[in-house]
Design a protein around this ligand. Sequence first.
Ligand SMILES: [Fe+2]
Ligand SMILES: [Fe+2]
Length: 323
Amino acid sequence: MSKQQKYHATDRMNDLISRNFSLLMVMSRFGLSLGFGDKHVKEVCDAQQVDYRTFLAVANFIADDDYVYDEVEGAFSVAALMEYLKRAHNYFLDFDLPAIRRKLIDAIDYSGNSELAALIMKFYDEYVKEVRRHMEYENKAVFTYVDGLLEGKLSESYDIDTFAQHHNEIATKLTELKNIIIKYYPGKENNNRLNAVLFDIFNCEEDLVSHCRVEDLLFVPAVKQIEQRLQKEARHFVPRTRNAAPEAEQETISQREKEIITCVVKGMTNKAIADKLFISVHTVMTHRRNIARKLQIHSPAGLTIYAIVNKLVEIQDIKGTAL
Ligand SMILES: [Fe+2]
Ligand SMILES: [Fe+2]
């Protein structure tokens, strides 16, 4: 990151976590385990084969509410960031949302007799289905597309802007559920269980908002940079392809054509060349046209340079001619 960073490679991992415990989540989503003693961020990441630049990019992003992307391409690894996002998806779908469901069932006394409890659970289950669709789309469509980009493949039918434009806020319904419970759920004597699940929903909501922010403000612009570079390379590649044909043919310059080149650079006329090689002037001209097309060299001076570089003539042989 070019701007002022909050966290650095040489900071102690323990200090980071103590100052901001939400980084525990970031750590675990990078696959980093605890028990790192007094080691620095880079040491901890290196020891566990995690790209420390990507870990720091996410940690600094989360610590900066006014984050604006200004990274250079390659400042962190997009592949490592995708791994992080995939792990976050697994965490939400396989751990956090099911855990909230279990607690919710306990808290609202879901015995099948309460219509309100049934409605709350229906609302929740539909919400989880939405989150699943959202995250599976990212895992299957978006990350597969980005894997292709990382291998240098652009797609004609999809780009990261298409994803960004349709990337919706997935925490909204959870916020709504939380508000319904807080405002309208009939009070009971002991609300500990309900408060506990509300606390979990608050955390999950914050976590989901942060997750979407990483996708919108860190992942999308980084992928866009890759797309722009590949598009630029593709544009430059077209003229190179056009030039590639003559270059390939350059190797197929025949022995006869080499003789013609040698004669031309020695300053001989078409007639003189024809006489020397026992061919017609017309044939000499055809050879010269073919040589010009194959080498993309159209002047005697250019042919002279080619002939010297390719050791068809010695420099003293062509003194006083086209050079
Ligand atoms: Fe996601
Ligand atoms: Fe998302």
